[in-house]
Design a protein around this ligand. Structure first.
Ligand SMILES: [Ca+2]
Length: 339
């Protein structure tokens, strides 16, 4: 029952800032009956060969809160944990997707971060994607949940798994409230000052003053930075992304690029990642699962729109072409429709 109470505990949390509006593809089901859903899932799990379709139909069409209620009901009458039961019944990519759905968005992100740093070596790609794309509010949630789930500070794990300027940047980003909240007042002087500082710390000088870049990119609000990057072009012959590519390399380069892309258009960044993951014949299922599961109750509708706009075909169609089986059915259901 530990997980259920943990989850209920976090529903009462409130935010100080104004939360960003949501564009989910997964919304609460009407006429919701958690006991009926729990019983149907129990039958589906017990069915010889497992009735995956029913499990997918139910769990991909309920909100996170509703899935938790179903888990609660299931535990009550089946006397076992739904997550363990699903683990036993499912396998492969479908299992990973469904287990991801059984966590809240913040729990899922925290889980993915932990997994990216587990054992020898680090999955930098995942680490960069999550730390550099989540906003203030999301990062605060992730840090709190990370501590609850793993009894460790996210900063400590990040510091232990990364090094050099890459570590400095990630740590600056996960600091509580490091980034200014957007303000109604546009500070043109500060915009100009930051644009010039970014130029002087990079393209203008020999080597790069990475600390200055980190400071500006981790502390300023997103609307401010959008204007800074516009202004930047009046100082530098290269735009911010080109400058990053010229000045830094490796994980640091990828992190700064991810940040700038997300400042410019976060949903386009995710659309690009999805397109990249489904370019070749087989899909990078881990990346596809992570983005679809973590964004389906946040902004997947807008990601779909960006996807269609930039790649001239829908996300739905792309998933159809690059995945298969029950895993595909679950993805398409979370995707929520064709465009
Ligand atoms: Ca330079």
């Amino acid at each position: 029952m530990a997980l259920v109470s943990e989850f209920l505990g976090q529903l009462t949390l409130s935010y100080s800032g104004e939360p960003e509006p949501k564009y989910p593809t997964v919304v609460p089901a009407r006429d919701f009956d958690p006991a009926r859903d729990a019983a149907r899932i129990d039958t589906a799990i017990k069915t010889k060969g497992v009735d995956e379709q029913t499990i997918i139909d139910i769990l991909t069409r309920r909100s996170c809160e509703q899935r938790r209620e179903i888990a609660f009901e299931y535990e009550r009458f089946a006397k076992k944990d739904l997550v363990s039961a699903l683990k036993g019944a499912l396998s492969g990519s479908l299992e990973a997707l469904i287990l991801g759905l059984m966590k809240s968005t913040a729990q899922y992100d925290a889980w993915e971060l932990k997994a990216s740093m587990k054992g020898l070596g680090t999955d930098e790609e995942t680490l960069i994607e999550i730390v550099c794309s989540r906003n203030n509010e999301e990062l605060a949630d992730i840090k709190r949940v990370y501590k609850e789930m793993f009894k460790k500070d996210l900063e400590k794990d990040v510091a232990g798994d990364t090094s050099g300027n890459f570590a400095k940047l990630l740590l600056a980003l996960v600091q509580v409230g490091a980034r200014d909240e957007p303000s109604n007042v546009v500070d043109y002087e500060k915009i100009d000052e930051d644009a010039r500082a970014l130029y002087e710390a990079g393209v203008k000088r020999k080597g790069t003053d990475v600390v200055t870049w980190i400071e500006i990119m981790s502390q300023r609000s997103v609307p401010h930075l959008q204007k800074v990057f516009e202004r930047y072009k009046s100082y530098s012959p290269y735009d911010m992304k080109e400058s990053i590519r010229k000045e830094v390399k490796g994980d640091l380069e990828k992190s700064f690029l991810t940040l700038v892309e997300c400042f410019e258009n976060r949903q386009l960044y995710f659309a690009n990642r999805l397109n990249e993951a489904m370019k070749s014949k087989g899909a990078k299922e881990k990346v596809v699962t992570r983005i679809i599961v973590s964004r389906c109750e946040v902004d997947l509708i807008k990601i779909r729109t960006e996807f269609k706009k930039h790649f001239k075909r829908s996300l739905y169609q792309t998933i159809t072409e690059h995945t298969k089986g029950d895993y595909q059915k679950a993805l398409l259901s979370l995707c929520g429709g064709d465009d």
